[in-house]
Design a protein around this ligand. Structure first.
Ligand SMILES: Nc1nc2c(c(=O)[nH]1)N[C@H]1C(S)=C(S)[C@@H](COP(=O)(O)OP(=O)(O)OC[C@H]3O[C@@H](n4cnc5c(N)ncnc54)[C@H](O)[C@@H]3O)O[C@H]1N2
Ligand code: MOO
Length: 408
């Protein structure tokens, strides 16, 4: 049976219950960035593969430099450069030129930095007071010290960041199995809408929600198809919704979900045979927010007021997209914040107050009108004000962190 007037937590639980991570697909590394790993990766070889120098200087036998003080003289013998290992073994009393990252020649077990020696022709003078104690392993990165062959390097559920891609590449994985990105279609409804770039006539508004939803969905890792807008005409709306659902994992619809004579989205979805999951949430902004399954697609019918669309996406659609994409953390980070000014309550509903983070405190934006685009300007936090009269300045509240200007 369809649920109505759900608490936000209960609505989110139903959303997440309807989502499972999408199957894996193999992607070449650059294209796997931001995707979530669907396999365990092991190092295909040891890293580094041999003992290598960490300095430009001279490969030596530490035993030749074992006296405590004074100077040591060694004979210059060959070179090991990066990419050109020397096969010649270092004999007692010899030093080989070596560059950073180059393999130590056989027999060598330490490196002396270039700055700590003086070269005179084929002789090398090493001032032991300057070079310090040169023990075996000095300025050497041992074979396998970073990773031994076969050890696990990345586990399923890892959202791949640049450093992870480099690690996978270095350890022998040119492609990786990652969860498929959710395919999202965005559709805006309403006779009053005009396209971005068109000055609105009397009673018209620029359709900004589609752009906003597309950006939010992309930021959540989705592949987005924006279908633009459709008017308040039942047949056209049904066709547009059916088209939006074809091949999609998630459909994001904005507008027309309230109870007015021209709010046709819910009847259109029912006519298409959706499996309804919930119809409204005890939330401001975002009360008339419906969630249903249409074929293989999950449909979020979001209220058209810009802040309602935005908040509805953040609280419900984003976690769904993250779950589908294989992320382990599906929600925005939460943080307890202290209010820099009073935050209004929304009666029986949770009030999702848009706020800025200023000096560690939550400063509610001056407008909290759900139809006002300025109520989203430079919004860092969604402060969850519990049902009731609101909270005074100085009170603590839970907030979802959208952006942290301190670290951005
Ligand atoms: N009798 C009732 N009326 C309303 C209720 C209610 O419970 N009973 N709920 C109110 C609440 S809360 C909300 S939120 C809105 C949601 O309405 P709809 O989802 O039907 O949205 P629309 O009427 O289509 O549009 C509302 C508002 O948003 C503007 N809009 C719509 N689409 C876009 C877009 N793509 N880009 C920018 N702005 C858009 C639209 O022009 C309207 O101003 O219902 C209340 N009514
Ligand atoms: O839920 Mo509406 O989004 O309060 O304005």
């Amino acid at each position: 049976m369809i649920a109505d007037d759900l608490e936000p937590e209960a609505a989110l639980a139903r959303v997440l219950a309807a989502c499972a991570p999408l199957p894996g697909e193999r992607r070449a590394l650059p294209a796997a960035r931001g995707r979530v790993l669907a396999e365990t990766l092991q190092a295909r070889w040891a890293m580094p593969g041999a003992d290598v120098s960490t300095m430009d200087g001279w490969a030596v036998r530490a035993v030749d430099l074992s006296s405590e003080t004074g100077e040591v003289e060694l004979a210059v013998a060959g070179e090991s450069a990066a990419g050109h290992p020397s096969a010649a073994a270092l004999r007692p009393g010899e030093a080989a030129r070596i560059s950073t990252g180059a393999v130590l020649p056989p027999g060598a077990d330490a490196v002396v930095a270039q700055e700590d020696v003086e070269r005179r022709g084929e002789r090398l003078r090493i001032d032991l007071a300057r070079a310090g104690q040169v023990r075996p392993g000095h300025f050497v990165r041992k074979a396998g010290s970073d990773l031994a062959a076969g050890v696990e390097i990345l586990s399923p559920g890892t959202a791949l960041r640049p450093g992870d891609l480099a690690l996978a590449a270095g350890a022998g994985h040119p492609d990786v199995l990652v969860h498929r990105a959710p395919r999202v279609t965005v559709l805006c409804t309403g006779d009053e809408l005009v396209d971005i770039g068109c000055p609105p006539g009397h009673g018209q508004v620029v359709s900004s929600n589609g752009l906003m939803l597309a950006c939010q969905a992309e930021e959540a890792g989705a592949d987005v198809r924006d279908l633009g807008r459709v008017g308040d005409e039942p047949e056209a709306l049904r066709r547009a919704l059916a088209d939006a659902a074809a091949g999609a994992d998630v459909v994001l619809v904005s507008g027309g979900i309230s109870v007015g004579d021209h709010d046709l989205v819910w009847p259109a979805l029912l006519a298409l045979g959706v499996e309804p999951i919930f119809r409204r949430v005890r939330l401001r902004p975002g009360r008339p927010l419906a969630f249903a399954r249409l074929g293989d697609a999950l449909v979020f019918a979001l209220p058209g007021n810009p802040a309602s669309t935005y908040v509805g996406f953040e609280l419900f659609a984003r976690p769904a997209l993250r779950r589908l994409g294989g992320h382990l953390n599906v929600e925005r980070p939460r943080r307890r914040v202290v209010l820099a000014a009073p935050a209004e309550g929304a009666g029986r509903r949770t009030h999702c107050v848009r706020a800025r983070l200023v000096d560690g405190r939550a400063e509610p934006l001056p407008s909290q009108v759900s139809g006002a685009l300025t109520s989203l300007r430079a919004c860092d936090l969604l402060v969850l004000v519990p049902p009731g009269p609101g909270l005074p300045a100085g009170a603590e509240a839970e907030a979802l962190v959208l952006a942290d200007p301190g670290v951005a």
